[in-house]
Design a protein around this ligand. Structure first.
Ligand SMILES: *Cc1c(COP(=O)(O)O)cnc(C)c1O
Length: 394
């Protein structure tokens, strides 16, 4: 059987999967074989934040796995405590962390924190959470229902938990708040929904109003967190103080990890929530290594430099190809080119792949760029040469 046949025989078909078989990577390059090299402007959907085969991450993981991979959360886990400290210190917020294994689990924890707050601080009267249209919060039953896109919570998975209410814009969120509302959950830049940054002034006004009314603000930073926008957190860029923040994608550099951090520092008691694998030795060591690499890249200005170059290139491309692109969107290294149609979006992604460049789709019409944050000048130059070659044939 070919690899494709094995995959299709034994793995459920929940993905529209491509069958290019990558066997190794280095930095922002991926290889099927030594002479078949791709440039990776997708970083595994924003996960491989320090690139492939990063020596500091590989060493940290190797050293850790030869000592301990896992014990359980019934024992203190030294790298987990250190990672929580590093995350909280980098954030500048007075918070504590819960560790899971994915973005959806981080958001599940956030929902539980909010609901427990609604039960304990408001005598069980508050439980509703308002989310935004075109959001994406995950694929578990609750986070799928939290996601205000019908395609993510179709009727065939019903019944869903109650209490998620959808607003069509930041300014309309208040129309959906009532005496049962415990929290509002937003992404500051909607990722899967189409690389759509929310308006900073509107978000600040919302944050202020929510604080006044004692309603929690949950910011889903699963995609925007860990330097993706140029700051450690997008919440810092937006200059707001959320009550709960979730992280996942870029934090482990490819090792599964998710975090819900909150200023409700005493919300959980033993037994309230848990995870067998969450924040074990392997994933916490990976998180610590990723943070050390990215802190250095941030301090040296290399992330800012990469942002500047990507921004310049995408601005040029958007104006040079008006038949293909209507605009250039995004913040930091979470960027997109809005294609003039879904067909063109699809065609660009396919042509890019034929030219050995990986880019992502987002929403109905956006070509999304989520390169490793440590991508080099040479890799950027080579990637955009391939991109121009790809689009010039459309
Ligand atoms: C990817 C993503 C999730 C889901 O993360 P998983 O690790 O796939 O569960 C949730 N929220 C946002 C904003 C995301 O981008």
């Amino acid at each position: 059987m070919t690899l494709k046949e094995i995959d299709q025989s034994y793995v459920l078909s929940s993905y529209a999967r491509n069958y290019t078989n990558f066997v190794r990577g280095k930095g922002a390059k991926l290889y099927c074989s030594d002479d078949d090299e791709y440039i990776d402007f997708s970083a595994g959907i924003g996960v491989s934040s320090v690139g492939h085969d990063n020596p500091i991450l590989v060493n940290a993981i190797s050293n850790q796995v030869s000592r301990l991979i896992h014990i359980s959360n019934l024992q203190v886990i030294e790298p987990q405590a250190q990672l929580a400290q590093a995350i909280v210190e980098l954030s500048g917020y007075d918070m504590r962390c819960f560790f899971g294994n994915s973005g959806a689990e981080a958001n599940e924890a956030a929902v539980k924190i909010a609901k427990k707050h609604g039960a304990t601080a408001f005598d069980n009267k508050r439980y509703k959470i308002v989310t935004l249209e075109n959001s994406f919060h995950g694929r578990t039953i609750s986070t799928a229902k939290a996601t205000a896109q019908e395609s993510i919570h179709p009727p065939h998975f019903a019944p869903y938990p109650d209490g998620f209410v959808y607003a069509s814009s930041v300014e309309k969120i208040y129309d959906y708040i009532d005496e049962q509302t415990v929290a509002v959950m937003i992404e500051l830049i909607q990722g899967e929904g189409g690389v759509e940054p929310l308006d900073k002034v509107q978000v600040q006004a919302l944050a202020k109003k929510l604080k006044n009314d004692g309603i929690l603000l949950i910011v889903d930073e699963v995609q925007t967190g860990v330097y993706r926008t140029g700051k450690f957190l997008a919440s810092q860029l937006y200059e707001i103080e959320p009550d709960i923040i979730t992280l996942a994608k870029g934090l482990g550099g490819g090792v599964p990890i998710g975090v819900a951090m909150t200023s409700l520092k005493d919300i959980f008691s033993p037994g309230d929530h848990g995870s067998t694998f969450g924040g074990n030795y392997l994933s916490s060591a990976a998180g610590l290594a990723v943070l050390s690499v990215l802190q250095k890249a941030y301090d040296s200005g290399s992330i800012a430099k990469n942002i500047e170059i990507f921004d310049k290139k995408l601005t040029e491309l958007a104006s040079a190809y008006p038949a293909l692109f209507s605009s250039h969107v995004g913040i930091g290294l979470m960027l997109g080119l809005r294609a003039t149609s879904s067909d063109i979006q699809q065609s660009i992604i396919e042509h890019a792949r034929e030219n050995r460049l990986l880019v992502l789709k987002a929403g109905r019409d956006t070509v999304r760029f989520l390169p490793p944050l440590t991508i080099t000048m040479d890799e950027i130059t080579e990637g955009f040469e391939r991109f121009e070659k790809a689009i010039s044939s459309i």
